[in-house]
Design a protein around this ligand. Sequence first.
Ligand code: PRP
Length: 217
Amino acid sequence: MTENRIKIALTKGRVEKQVIPVLEEAGINCDQIRNKQRRLIFDSETQPFEFILAKGPDVTTFLERGAADIGIVGSDILTEHQSSQYELLDLDIGKCQFVLASTKDFDPNAAKRKIIGTKYPLITKRYFDRLGQDVEIIKIEGSVELAPLTGLADAIVDITETGTTIKENNLKIFDYLDKVSTRLVVNRMALKQHPKEIFDFVDRIKAVVEENKEERV
Ligand code: PRP
């Protein structure tokens, strides 16, 4: 690995799927990632980049510890993990929104202390603090929609993209919280060490993001 190779931590799953076409439009070959099977790290002799595929919260850890130079991750994760890394670009993809949702009989104004299931305890606490409500928060790792359906919680705070999961599980949205999108963040030290390589990468991605925005108008 050459010294100036930039390490990019990319969030596995939905973000990865939406980011690959953007990278390809920017002229970055993603064949290895597309055909990855169980591989997690992608190094190419022809490109100055190395890609690491990781879960969102771990992308912030890789960045914070300097094990990655650039991270591509949702703003939900950055907020929840209070990431202090430098955000350079909103990729305008991976758009979703935080919602408060539950079964139809949920009463958001009920006086009793609510139990809220979520993957995002900090964001949930901040939301209910703003409302002046003290709630019990249960951290759930996935399939959060199960919580109100099974009686584990009274309601959930979760992200929704297409709305399909909420709809197919007969849940109802009671409030809309912050919007979310995929962001490009950099490790500050890496930016000092490799400004040319990092800005070159960011500028290529930025040009694609701007072009795609114009096409949508
Ligand atoms: C997220 C989120 C919802 C779902 C919403 O989960 O927690 O469950 O996506 O998407 P939709 O509005 O398009 O249906 P994810 O798919 O990341 O998996 P998880 O349930 O394992 O957390």
